[in-house]
Design a protein around this ligand. Structure first.
Ligand code: ASP
Length: 319
């Protein structure tokens, strides 16, 4: 087995954050610093409608962000959920991890915490994301009916119909796993969650064990896709547990994807999507997806550019 130090792996949209992370790793910085720096770049990318500023809002038109971070050296973790007004939830999650006895803060409590720690609020709703929201909640006709009056019906309609209606706009998250030159692993995840989600809905991204898990002794994993599935199967933690039991990285990933097949889901059946990136304790990386053409990105400190690689394809159903 190799011993790959100074490496970052993540979802395809994390690529914009790789230069910042690689610079930190090359300078001997920590996996935690590099992971946060990478994710912050994605959060700041207004063109990415699945993370940070520019995220697709919830059904009421408010952008709500979730993020989590885990330190594989100490198993310390921090997370925030349903945070409005603050563009860098990953930094707030880190602050929760480092300054409180808690792991997760949500909603108003998380926003109060952010304010007290001097985080800068910002308008998270871009004209593009607002337009996407309007298209869905009002339809092409832009009727005057208020989304607030029958938001729940509209929401359930959107959820049941999302394959047709929202397919391109509903999902997205960014995640990175970093191993620094000292051999420590950190995993960071950030998202605006399901587009058009119910206010307060949390997916897997802020839930340690579901969308994020890191343990220097065995490895790390992070998920994107339909978060409810990763929560129900504790997918990120399961990858690490299978590694602990001696499976190879590819075997562990495949097993976790196969575990998803047990889930019954009356809401989204065939359109369910799950993607996992993973790293073993030696810094080897791999990724899997229910989709056939999915990719992930990886870069070591020796490489000039990130490399895009295909994910293992593990469909949700036997074909
Ligand atoms: N996993 C995220 C969530 O469920 C969304 C995504 O990755 O597409 O909130």
């Amino acid at each position: 087995m190799g011993d790959v130090r100074g490496i970052i792996v993540g979802s395809r949209n994390a690529r914009v954050g790789f230069p910042a992370a690689i610079a930190i790793l090359r300078a001997g910085g920590s996996a935690l610093d590099a992971a946060v720096a990478a994710v912050k770049e994605v959060e700041a990318n207004v063109a990415d409608q699945s993370v940070g500023i520019g995220g697709i809002p919830n059904i009421l038109g408010h952008v709500e962000l979730d993020a989590s971070i885990m330190d594989g050296r100490t198993l310390a973790a921090g997370a925030v959920g349903a945070v409005k007004h603050y563009p860098h939830p990953i930094e707030i999650a880190r602050k929760v991890m480092e300054t409180t006895p808690h792991v997760m803060l949500v909603g108003e409590g998380a926003e109060l915490f952010a304010r007290l720690h001097g985080f800068e609020p910002a308008n998270l709703l871009t004209p593009e994301s607002e337009a996407a929201w309007r298209r869905v909640v009002y339809g092409e006709a832009e009727t005057q009916s208020s989304v607030y009056e029958d938001a729940y019906q509209l929401y359930m309609h959107a959820v049941r119909d999302w394959v047709k209606l929202l397919h391109k706009e509903i999902f997205g998250t960014t995640n990175v796993i970093v191993r620094d030159l000292a051999g420590n692993i950190a995993c960071a995840v950030s998202t605006s969650g399901w587009g058009f989600k119910w206010p307060g809905r949390l997916g897997d991204s802020p839930i340690i064990g579901a969308g994020n898990y890191a343990d220097n002794r065995y490895g790390a994993a992070a998920c994107t896709g339909r978060g409810e599935m990763a929560i129900r199967c504790a997918s990120a933690h399961s990858v690490v547990m299978y590694l602990r039991q001696g499976l190879s990285l590819e075997e562990a990933l495949c097993q976790v994807m196969l575990d998803l097949r047990a889930l019954e889901d009356p809401f989204a059946e065939r359109a369910n999507v799950m993607n996992i990136v993973a790293m073993d304790r030696w810094g080897n990386v791999a990724a899997a997806s229910t989709a056939s053409d999915a990719t992930y990105v990886v870069q070591t400190v020796e490489m000039d550019e990130p490399e895009e690689r295909p994910r293992l394809h593990v469909p949700l159903t036997e074909s």
